[in-house]
Design a protein around this ligand. Structure first.
Ligand SMILES: [Cu+2]
Length: 145
């Protein structure tokens, strides 16, 4: 019996301390078109982000070289939700693959570490050279971290 209670308490404490966030994939958001909302998130290690296909024809995919070393990448199918749990701290940048040139991107900071922020920022400048609109959106997002 006491073992069971301990196990229950442990399970409850996990639920209490890990949070769930929702990021919508939108054609039109409060801050522009082809946009994630919210596009900038700060979360704790172990938290989960649900990328929700609010409008169709979008996805969420981590950007190679713009996530912490050794971190798990992700890529959802078009028009499908994806749930990502972040177990490694650092800065993560992601895109909507079909609308990357329109700067449909987002950033997530997991925990307090900004160890890879500078490398993500330089990769962002490279990436922004191919944006046809919202050219500084990614840098603006990173500057909010
Ligand atoms: Cu999109």
């Amino acid at each position: 019996m006491s073992k069971y209670i301990l196990l229950s308490l442990f399970t409850i404490s996990i639920n209490v301390f890990s949070a769930n966030y929702e990021v919508k994939m939108l054609n039109q958001g409060a801050e522009g078109v082809m946009i994630f909302e919210p596009a900038v998130l700060k979360i704790n290690i172990g938290d989960t982000v649900n990328f929700v296909s609010t409008d169709p024809a979008h996805n969420s995919a981590s950007l190679p070289g713009m996530i912490p070393q050794g971190a798990q990448s992700w890529s959802s199918e078009l028009s499908k939700d994806i749930s990502v749990t972040f177990n490694q701290e650092g800065i993560y940048a992601y895109q909507c693959t079909p609308h990357a040139v329109m700067a449909m991107v987002g950033v997530i900071q997991v925990g307090d570490s900004k160890n890879n922020l500078e490398s993500v920022k330089s990769a962002a400048i490279q990436m922004e050279s191919m944006f046809v609109m919202n050219k500084e959106r990614l840098t603006n997002y990173l500057n909010q971290l």
